[in-house]
Ligand binder design. Structure first.
Ligand SMILES: Cc1cc2nc3c(=O)[nH]c(=O)nc-3n(C[C@H](O)[C@H](O)[C@H](O)COP(=O)(O)O)c2cc1C
Length: 182
């Protein structure tokens, strides 16, 4: 897909058919994430794809509760991708600490979007999930206690292919040239 069209077509999918996702498609999405840039080429991530129905059900159960149920839709995704934050290279840690920037989180976000854009190209739907219970998911997937989960990505076959109009802040509040806010 032409890039502008791809960016317009990518949207958070919250209605999935429940069908499994082809591993070849998942691998192409992973390859796109693998190619993502990162501070000092630190690549402070690893991806755990959960497509086993039983494990997936256990993971998605940790994305909502009775009280806060907005992520319940994730149960219909064909796979849940868990983005684990790995230790960045020392140079990136030092640079981030001097400049007071969480480079790892920035890096993870870029890699997540690479994954989502390739998924869009594949005709799949995605939703990045920042709301989940980290500890039980770590335990389920045997993620070491020294590691944190940055994000989850729900990926699957959308049950509605309508592209919604994007809700974005006004252009003049979004960008300016040569001076802030002008
Ligand atoms: C870091 C991050 C965390 C997010 N967490 C959630 C989430 O927990 N649940 C959800 O439904 N959407 C989540 N989203 C999706 C956003 O709500 C969505 O990207 C935004 O509303 C813009 O809509 P669009 O993706 O359809 O363009 C998250 C997105 C990002 C980037």
């Amino acid at each position: 897909m032409e890039f502008t069209r791809l960016a317009e077509t990518r949207q958070s999918t919250r209605k999935f058919t429940g069908e499994a996702v082809d591993r070849e498609q998942l691998n192409r999405c992973l390859k796109a994430a693998w190619l993502a840039p990162s501070a000092n080429n630190s690549q402070p991530w690893s991806f755990v794809v959960v497509d086993d129905p039983k494990i997936k059900e256990q993971v998605t159960r940790e994305t909502y509760s009775q009280l806060i149920s907005f992520n319940k839709f994730a149960t219909g995704a064909g796979a849940i991708v868990v983005l684990v934050i790995e230790k960045p290279k020392l140079i990136s840690q030092i640079g981030g600490s001097i400049k007071k920037k969480e480079f790892s989180l920035i890096d993870i976000g870029i890699a997540a979007e690479h994954f989502c854009l390739q998924a869009t190209e594949e005709g799949l739907g995605t939703c990045i999930l920042g709301w989940f219970n980290e500890a039980p998911i770590k335990s389920l997937l045997h993620i070491p206690s020294s590691r944190n989960i940055g994000l989850l990505i729900a990926v699957g076959h959308p049950s509605d292919s309508t592209i919604r109009e994007k809700k974005r802040k006004p252009w003049d509040q979004f960008c300016s040239f040569n001076q802030y806010g002008k």
